[in-house]
Design a protein around this ligand. Sequence first.
Ligand SMILES: Cc1cc2nc3c(=O)[nH]c(=O)nc-3n(C[C@H](O)[C@H](O)[C@H](O)COP(=O)(O)OP(=O)(O)OC[C@H]3O[C@@H](n4cnc5c(N)ncnc54)[C@H](O)[C@@H]3O)c2cc1C
Ligand SMILES: NC(=O)c1ccc[n+]([C@@H]2O[C@H](COP(=O)([O-])OP(=O)(O)OC[C@H]3O[C@@H](n4cnc5c(N)ncnc54)[C@H](O)[C@@H]3O)[C@@H](O)[C@H]2O)c1
Length: 489
Amino acid sequence: MVVGEMANQADLIVIGGGPGGYHAAIRAAQLGRQVLLIEKGEMGGVCLNKGCIPSRVITEAAKSLDLVKKSDVLGIATGHADIQFDRLLEHRNKTIASLRAGVEALCKANKVQRIRGSAFFLSDTRIGVEEGDKYDVHEFNDAIIAAGVNPAANSKYPVSRRILNQLEISFLDEIPAHLAIYGSGTLPLEMAMAFRALGSEVTFLLKKGENLPFDSSISKELARIFKKEKIQMLKECVIKDVAEIESGVAIQFEGASGEKVLEATHFFYQEKQSPDTAGLGTLRIGIQHDSEGFIQVDSQCRTSVKNIYAVGDITGEPFLASKAIKQGKIAAEAACGLNPEADFHFLPKVSFTRPPIASVGMTEEEALSKKLEIKTSQFPLAANGFSAITGKKDGLIKIISEHGTDVILGIHIIGEGAHELIFGGVTGLEMGAREEDFVFPSYPHPGLAEALLEAAEGLGGKAVHLKPQKKTSGVDTESLQAGVSLGIK
Ligand SMILES: Cc1cc2nc3c(=O)[nH]c(=O)nc-3n(C[C@H](O)[C@H](O)[C@H](O)COP(=O)(O)OP(=O)(O)OC[C@H]3O[C@@H](n4cnc5c(N)ncnc54)[C@H](O)[C@@H]3O)c2cc1C
Ligand SMILES: NC(=O)c1ccc[n+]([C@@H]2O[C@H](COP(=O)([O-])OP(=O)(O)OC[C@H]3O[C@@H](n4cnc5c(N)ncnc54)[C@H](O)[C@@H]3O)[C@@H](O)[C@H]2O)c1
């Protein structure tokens, strides 16, 4: 490798073709920049090739199978519904290929030049790109790093056909007879629900010291649904050893009732995510990182080197494509001289469990820990007319508002349609909505959104489909009704 040879001239360079990178590249091109995108693997990044898309194919198949099995409530006789896993995998592969082709076509249409190779910084204006024996140097005016993260290189357990991490779980070639899952985050919960619907026995080992990651009312409802689905949940678990055996995997763990060995056919665990900033050379050129190696950025995604930006997973938690996409556009706009700002206070979080979970803003526990005086209202989907029609009555909507100002602080939904319904909440919270802003509009009838309306009405004790609750002395009884609690502590 010879450094210092003739450099190619580039204007704006993007490293990584995942959701952060390709959104940045296209937005910069829309704004008139000459963009060069360098990707060492496949366009679409983790999200399209290993993450969001393949895992969603599995959760959607599980949802549909469950729907078909439960459609007799609407008088539909389906006979024995089953899954043909090989056809599903074919659909997964085709979906990935066609979405990837779409991203590549969009880059081309926007005149984003793409090269394959592994990029690393030589200085704050020069990048080296290696691809096999080939090595090129590119000089740039601005650069956007969107290189993502990798599950830790020094993995605790060897990945195999039976021991799977987050990049492998969507690529199983069979439905596990017995899937053991260790974790506490979104993906382990999604996979537990999905593979249960597809026919697996599922044992969920909840990490020691961790609870389900939602507002306590949502976690309680999810735990109830887990039980109903016959998913065994073992709490306070620490994994001691994982070994492949003839019948599958033996997991030695310590749980609430001592040390045990669980035998399953497959084991899925969530590996810690780490950035590969050493390989990118960002430290060498003085870009600031946090103690875990994630690149530090300001609200315009600018790093400590003023013409270099960073977006997506490489900037740290939350590791979400939705965050990467927004940051990608913001970095591109900032590099083009505009004045955008990233603010993730109201980034919605969605779990594609069955039913899905979606939330925006503070949980009750977060609001109380900030010593806020709050009101909370819960509306069960069992009391919603549309849920009665579809028969999907599991779940609830919880709204938290600030006592006195009535400003909405958080909305948490578990139930059919949660991932779409949450957007009304996101818009409201972004606009600083108060209770009246959710109560005032007209809602379509019959519809799930009426449950959101009634949760909001419940904050003022006015939800029509909830029975009034007995008055409690010593609190503001005006706003007390079934599903309403005054969270002042
Ligand atoms: C199973 C799973 C399911 C998920 N589901 C969801 C979901 O439903 N919703 C959601 O919002 N998020 C989801 N995520 C998270 C989401 O995938 C990530 O947040 C997202 O991919 C981050 O985008 P990014 O652009 O920062 O990085 P990535 O998508 O990781 O892309 C980075 C790209 O950079 C390339 N690269 C790295 N280093 C170099 C280099 N030196 N030179 C050239 N190229 C380089 C890589 O090859 C890669 O293609 C999921 C993740 C997983 C694992
Ligand atoms: N539906 C999704 O958005 C989705 C699905 C699968 C995986 N992923 C991504 O996969 C990786 C690992 O996922 P993970 O599940 O182990 O960790 P995570 O990053 O999703 O969760 C980390 C922490 O964030 C909080 N959290 C997560 N989801 C929440 C929600 N819906 N509501 C409130 N708080 C929530 C919890 O404190 C949790 O422990 C991450 O990159 C994650 O972003 C995202």
